[in-house]
Unconditional design. Sequence first.
Length: 138
Amino acid sequence: MKSYRKELWFNIPTRRGFINITHQVEEALRESGIKEGLVLVNAMHITASVFINDNESGLHHDFDVWLEKLAPHEPVSQYRHNNGEDNADAHLKRQVMGREVIVAITNGRLDFGPWEQIFYGEFDGRRKKRALIKIIGE
């Protein structure tokens, strides 16, 4: 069995944002040479997420609005975690959106259902962060 590892780096200029990383994952898969197996993609920061969903701007807006209702950033005093930081809401948003995704690889391609794409979600941006791609298989 072979394995391949690659990091993707991000510096989102805003507090929150979503980036479609499907093409970067497909590129890593091509680089790996693996034709059958699994790919894991995970956020390596506790205020960011990796998830699979539709690449539709209205949906991304709805995610942002919904998450802000679930865990509003302000007032920051509502959170115990915010002793010297102001990102407690980002930890909660990450918990809801998830840490990672696993996708099957079949015939050298990501084996997606209709409309599925991979996204990096940022909830406490304005600094460098990364996601890990780990591919295993033959």
